[in-house]
Design a binder for this molecule. Structure first.
Ligand SMILES: *Cc1c(COP(=O)(O)O)cnc(C)c1O
Length: 311
């Protein structure tokens, strides 16, 4: 707990009732309130590796992401607070204009290495990452999004908190899915502890098959018995919600994001949570979740990515 205190991370995050006009009870786990800089699910995923980095006295960490990445932002802030040198490996042209996220990394004194789209594709190639570690002098290279076998264990803390906060069990948990670590972490913990809860991931990008494979691979990497776990999760792939790709939006999505804030006073980022909350609202109103009575939606945070330069 000491590390969380040092970083001023506020857990447990609130679990709050959400009135979506449905028969089923809906509750929202507010991981967006976990910290002003460290995006909710990114801390959950990073906490095991950061604890390890401190234990092993790593001096220099690197990781991958885009120019708006919540993951690089969270990790950058943590490294800044803990005086660990950090190199962000960013998919962007060095001459492209900066973003509020990259400005923050600069302000925290971090190095940024820019990779072309082509080179960025090598980010999971072992030979390539070994070479990169050597040339940058890294003690540790964390994968994109912070999703790996170890990160799943950090995500389990969400369910542990919820068990303390809520008497009856949730029969459905809804969340957005991109690199899959958050979903895999929930699935693993629920399966291993014999919860009957179903997990519904909302794809925020076009990735039918690919996303399922990614979640399965992470479960296998973390030693989860895949066969037992696989019946408790599903990923929804729907153009109406992912809007055709990562960070793509539609008029309907933007309108939902705006009206949701007016009605509930909860801000949703457009890349992740606008899509998952929109999906939940639509599925409920279309009566497609009628077998569930007690639903939790995870607000994963991500609002830093919403800051725009004047465009
Ligand atoms: C990264 C991120 C996600 C996606 O989580 P994965 O574990 O990569 O699937 C969801 N919401 C927010 C706010 C994120 O930053």
């Amino acid at each position: 707990m000491q590390l969380e205190q040092q970083l001023q991370i506020k857990t447990p995050t609130p679990l709050q009732r959400l009135d979506l006009g449905s028969q089923a009870e809906v509750w929202c786990k507010r991981d967006d309130l976990l910290h002003p800089y460290i995006s909710g699910n990114k801390w959950r995923k990073l906490s095991p590796v950061i604890k390890q980095a401190l234990r092993l006295q790593y001096k220099h960490i690197g990781s991958f992401g885009g120019a708006y990445s919540n993951h690089l932002h969270a990790l950058g802030y943590v490294c800044y607070q803990l005086a660990i040198t950090f190199t962000a490996i960013v998919r962007a042209h060095p001459n492209s204009s900066s973003t509020p996220m990259l400005d923050d990394l600069h302000r925290w004194g971090h190095d940024i290495t820019f990779l072309s789209r082509e080179e960025y594709k090598l980010r999971t190639d072992k030979h390539y990452t070994d070479r990169l570690c050597k040339s940058l002098g890294l003690d540790l290279l964390i994968p994109e999004g912070g999703s790996d076998g170890e990160s799943l264990q950090g995500v389990a803390s969400i369910i542990e908190e919820v068990c303390q906060q809520h008497q009856s069990f949730f029969d459905l948990i809804v969340l957005p899915v991109a690199s899959g670590g958050t979903m895999a972490g929930l699935v693993k913990y629920l399966a291993e502890n014999a919860f009957k809860t179903q997990v519904l991931g909302v794809a925020v990008l076009r990735g039918e098959g690919y996303l399922e494979q990614t979640v399965s691979d992470l479960l296998a990497q973390s030693g989860c018995e895949f066969d037992r776990a696989m019946h408790n999760w599903r990923i929804l792939h729907d153009q109406a919600f992912h809007c055709g790709g990562y960070a793509k939006v539609s008029g309907a999505l933007t309108e939902f994001q705006r009206s949701f804030f007016c009605e509930h006073n909860i801000a949703l980022d457009k890349v992740y949570n606008a899509k998952s909350f929109f999906a939940l609202k639509q599925l409920l109103s279309q009566n497609k979740l009628s077998k569930f009575h007690n639903i939790m939606i995870l607000h994963t945070g991500g609002l830093q990515g919403e800051r725009e330069k004047n465009v």
